[in-house]
Write a protein that binds this ligand. Structure first.
Ligand SMILES: CC(C)(COP(=O)(O)OP(=O)(O)OC[C@H]1O[C@@H](n2cnc3c(N)ncnc32)[C@H](O)[C@@H]1OP(=O)(O)O)[C@@H](O)C(=O)NCCC(=O)NCCS
Length: 151
């Protein structure tokens, strides 16, 4: 991955990119694209964008006290497999830690390819997450957010 890629908190200008990539990447989840557009404006949700001249991917993180969740992470189709998704999730974890969260959960559709991605990032199965609007079964994944030791 080019080292010049920046991960930053999304400003207003990133709204269209997030809505469009969300609608494409989660097309199989029914109306989740619209959900992502509304999450963008939620007061307890931060959206991080990976950018190199143009936006390439995003990750949303919601923080509520000690608990954080990742409603969505997506990388543009031509940019996958380059480490961008990992960098986005690690930045989201750092943000959640900074805001006081100690536990992180997310839902992933049964049989989704992204399950391997989240396993590589240290997430483990954590029970049932019900069903998406399209009827697909979802699993809950979890990882803790350890407090960083200062030497
Ligand atoms: C899931 C997604 C965000 C991964 O982003 P990415 O930039 O391709 O992932 P990375 O290149 O950072 O991969 C990070 C690690 O996950 C692993 N990984 C990525 N995709 C994987 C897959 N489908 N199966 C198994 N492992 C996978 C990589 O091998 C890598 O492992 P390593 O760091 O130990 O070498 C991207 O594929 C995507 O946007 N998918 C569509 C949207 C989606 O399904 N989002 C997740 C549900 S919210």
């Amino acid at each position: 991955m080019p080292p010049a890629i920046a991960i930053e908190v999304a400003g207003h200008r990133a709204r269209t990119f997030v809505r469009q990539l969300g609608a494409t990447a989660f097309a199989d989840r029914g109306p989740y694209g619209a959900t992502i557009a509304s999450l963008f404006d939620a007061p307890d949700v931060w959206t991080l964008v990976a950018r190199h001249q143009r936006p390439l991917g995003f990750c949303m993180v919601r923080v509520r006290g000690l608990d954080a969740s990742l409603p969505a992470v997506a990388v543009a189709a031509g940019q996958r497999g380059l480490g961008l998704g990992r960098r986005l999730v690690e930045a989201a974890i750092a943000l959640a830690r900074h805001k006081g969260a100690r536990e992180l959960t997310l839902a992933v559709a049964e049989g989704a390819p992204a399950a391997g991605f989240f396993a590589a990032l240290g997430f483990r199965p954590h029970g049932d997450a019900g069903r998406y609007p399209n009827g697909h079964h979802a699993h809950l994944l979890h990882r803790s957010i350890p407090v960083l030791e200062t030497p």
